[in-house]
Write a protein that binds this ligand. Sequence first.
Ligand code: FE2
Length: 227
Amino acid sequence: MYDILETGGQYSSGKGETEILDELHHYNDLYRQAPKQNAMEWMEFLSRKYPATYRHCVRVAILAEKLADGMAIGEEEKKKLVIGCFLHDVGKGLLPTELWNQQASLSPEQWDTLKLHPNAGADLIRTSSELNPDILGIIRHHHEHWDGTGYPSGLKGEEIPYLARICAVLDAFDSMVSEHPYAEMKSLDEAKEELVRCSSTQFDETIVQAFLQLPNSMLGIYMDTSH
Ligand SMILES: [Fe+2]
């Protein structure tokens, strides 16, 4: 679901992004009726609708704080990184529950809908609160790939905002070591190996290297999964 290892960010059902986004907004009464909610209210909404996704966001924010402490990141940047990582999947609150509940793998149309969540999330927050553009950049670009095959914009290398590149690594790592109905959970070391394998294609290699400096003993939030 988190497209950890998915390649190819192109929309595949033949519909344009605007068309799908219109549909997404159409069946979200909340979006139409309460566009002025602030970021925290949208996160509360996400926590009620998709508690597992909300917990993922919390864990990614915790990882961001730990990683920032080991990198040359100033206090202001660190604050933006942690907030952006916490909010990165806020747009998933707008997605239909069928994407989570069905047993079969997703159809191309459902994939297209899922891939809307970065833009949907950034637009949601942009229209409802005054957030720093760097934070919006994390929300909008956390699924871009270093080689340009990600989404929503197909940005490449350093075109991808730096903080979004960090979020991409942490997002993938947490997804790999967490339980999902559709993918086997990896150990911490297996997930780290996978990050290395995908360096320079999906991820910024320098960020992966910085992340690898964090010993497993510092990843306390995953202690029960470090088999
Ligand atoms: Fe995401």
